[in-house]
Design a protein around this ligand. Structure first.
Ligand SMILES: [Zn+2]
Length: 377
């Protein structure tokens, strides 16, 4: 299976943005000011020698308006992009303007002149040489040539243009995958990379049916929404299965908000998947129904094979399953290697005193008190 895109996908993002230039000025002194205010300007034009005063260019109150349009195109990483700048300028009566100079900030943060347009009013500049990974910052200034000398107005405020690459839907079937034979609906960027959080594009609450795949060998769970026989990967949850976790096809048969587990200990958002007591559940607590006595050791082992057979999860993951997957939801436990839509999640470790799960919405207050974690859904 390949994720490379043969088709060219172009997206256009139009953002209107208005930048008002200060009135155009003409003196060498002003030019110097403008340059020093905006770091160095690579100016290869012959500079103004004499200060002829502000009477040379009399353009007051007019504005240079920069409208930006981004066109991102296809394949290779980083994505190649084209930025189109539209510059409009309502020239005031009596203003003396020959044209506009367009600058772009280079990687060192210095303004470099990209082009000079000998025209006034509305002009367009297309920057063909950029990529999705680059910051595109531009500014413009008017200039006026008289007697072989060039006079500049002030630089406009910087206009920042980011290239946003829209995701596209792609259907994939992969024989060498835990979801063997299923059609996956993926959201990818034009360069083929998966969208990290497809729930931006697909409403994860909109499915009537979900399906869970536990990759025992890789210690993570992928949650799919199922619609018209197609599988939409929605979430990946890091987990701790055990060697005894039974490979095969199962179903959720019972759910408990809190449940006593082996130990004794207690887990939250428990979904029973095998009759003799295999559950999805949160990291266990040593006290009944207590969200503040979890095993920090067990939490820090998430992503390894270490349970007695249950599939331990972060609280938010166990809750997601509890909330979304009704009794009857299919659960496939597999050791199959091969393609997985998501990478195994990486989570941080907890210090010994942090005896609650930072993803547990009912324990948010403890993190707030200790200023240790920001609760993220
Ligand atoms: Zn915390």
């Amino acid at each position: 299976m390949s994720f490379s895109f043969k088709k060219i996908i172009a997206t256009v993002l139009a953002v209107s943005s208005f930048f008002y230039a200060t009135p155009l000025a003409a003196s060498a002194a002003e030019k110097k000011t403008a340059v020093s205010n905006n770091t160095a300007v690579a100016n290869t034009e012959s500079s103004v020698s004499a200060n002829t005063g502000s009477s040379v260019v009399a353009d007051t109150g007019s504005a240079i308006k920069v409208i930006k349009v981004v066109q991102a195109t296809l394949s290779a990483k980083p994505v190649k992009a084209t930025v189109k700048l539209t510059i409009s300028h309502k020239k005031q009566k009596g203003a003396k303007i020959t044209g506009y100079a367009i600058y772009k900030k280079n990687k060192a943060g210095k303004w470099v002149r990209r082009t000079t347009v000998k025209k006034t009013g509305k002009i367009t500049y297309i920057d063909k040489y950029t990529t999705s990974s680059r910051k595109n910052i531009y500014c413009v200034r008017a200039y006026y040539i008289k007697d072989g000398k060039t006079y500049y107005g002030k630089l406009t405020k910087a206009v920042s243009v980011s290239v946003k690459v829209a995701a596209v839907r792609k259907k994939v079937t992969d024989k060498n995958s835990p979801v063997y034979g299923k059609t996956l609906v993926l959201y990818c960027y034009a360069d083929g990379s998966m969208v990290e959080n497809p729930t931006k594009y697909v409403n994860e609450n909109s499915f009537k049916t979900y399906s869970l795949y536990v990759n025992k060998g890789k210690q993570f769970v992928t949650a799919y929404g199922v619609k018209n026989g197609e599988y939409y990967p929605l979430r990946a949850f890091i987990c701790s299965p055990g060697y005894a976790t039974p490979v095969g096809s199962h179903k959720i048969i019972l759910k408990y908000r809190w449940h006593e587990l082996m130990g004794p200990c207690w887990g939250q958002w428990c979904s029973k998947i095998v009759k003799d007591g295999i559950y999805f559940h949160s990291i266990f607590s040593s006290q009944p129904n207590s969200n503040n006595t979890i095993s920090v050791r067990a939490y820090n082992k998430l992503g390894t094979t270490c349970s007695h057979g249950c599939v331990r999860l972060q609280a938010s993951s166990a809750k997601w399953i509890y909330d979304h997957c009704k009794v009857g939801t299919s659960v496939t436990i597999t050791e199959k290697k091969g393609y997985e839509p998501f990478k195994k999640p990486v989570i941080g470790k907890l210090p010994a005193w942090h005896t609650w799960d930072p993803t547990d919405p009912t324990a948010q207050k403890y993190c707030k008190e200790h200023k240790c974690h920001k609760y993220a859904k």
